[in-house]
Design a protein around this ligand. Structure first.
Ligand code: NI
Length: 268
């Protein structure tokens, strides 16, 4: 499948599930902006059936290649980013994975059970990245237990495979020149920003500045009833040129580490 078609489908699912994300997008288009994606991010577990390399397959088939590799020691995550070889307008793809082996036997058992329940046609096909939660209605008790060990694991247990966030490329905006202007615009519209480590992650000297909304709150059906929990978020990225005058294209692990917290549990 062409990458444009993959992203169209991911975007439809993302905005259907996350009305706030659509609202962010509409806020920029209402200002006359054409929103370009810097990157789109996915989450998974390091289980050989569903790891980063498995999720990357449809992108590799669509002309992407691996570029960066990142380690997030504190969160027990690793990640890879991918770029399209010829289409420079195609967004980067960022896929992270949690290392279940660094956690309790209870967490490992939940992850194994999740992967066990995914139908084989999804594991060996190209539809896994859109397939959401394939392991059934989650238990709120399990969600709470996972959260104590890893907010990332708890989020993934509920939502499964989907775009965790899209990212507005600030470099492609006309009216907004700084990330501070973007953040102020979002706050004026009533969006909450992830302020873990400050509203802006990274500096011009690091060649990448990032910010993100806090994930919107969704009513989700659990075995025990309906609970309000965070869903997906929107990110904003401003890239700076390196000494060769080329815009930096990678990611900064220290910044991404804080961006992951955009889906941490909170009450509105
Ligand atoms: Ni991101």
């Amino acid at each position: 499948m062409e990458s444009d078609k993959i992203f169209d489908k991911l975007w439809t699912d993302y905005t259907d599930q996350n009305p706030e994300a659509k609202h962010v997008y509409d806020s920029f288009t209402a200002e006359g902006e054409v929103v370009e994606n810097d990157h789109i991010a996915f989450r998974t577990f390091n289980d050989p059936r569903i790891n980063v390399d498995v999720l990357a397959r449809p992108f590799l088939a669509a002309g992407y290649v691996q570029k960066g590799y990142y380690i997030f020691e504190d969160k027990h995550l690793t990640a890879k980013h991918f770029e399209h070889v010829t289409n420079k307008k195609a967004p980067r793809v960022f896929i992270s994975q949690l290392m279940p082996e660094h956690f309790s036997s209870e967490l490992q058992a939940v992850v194994k059970q999740m992967a066990d329940r995914i139908p084989e046609n999804l594991l060996f096909g190209d539809e896994l990245i859109y397939s959401g939660n394939q392991w059934g209605t989650p238990s709120f008790k399990v969600y709470e237990a996972l959260r104590k060990e890893s907010e990332y694991a708890a989020w993934l247990h509920v939502y499964g495979f989907c775009a965790n966030h899209f990212t507005v490329s600030i470099n492609h905006l006309k009216k907004f020149k700084t990330i501070q202007q973007v953040n102020q615009f979002l706050k004026d519209k009533g969006f909450l920003l992830n302020d873990s480590g400050g509203e802006v992650k990274g500096t011009p000297a690091e060649l990448l500045e990032q910010s993100s909304t806090r994930a919107g709150i969704l009513s989700v059906k659990f075995e025990e009833g309906t609970y309000e929990i965070p869903s997906c978020y929107y990110e904003f990225a401003l890239r700076w040129p390196d000494t060769n005058g080329e815009l930096y294209s990678g990611f900064i692990a220290k910044s991404a580490d804080k961006i992951f917290e955009s889906t941490d549990f909170y009450k509105k």
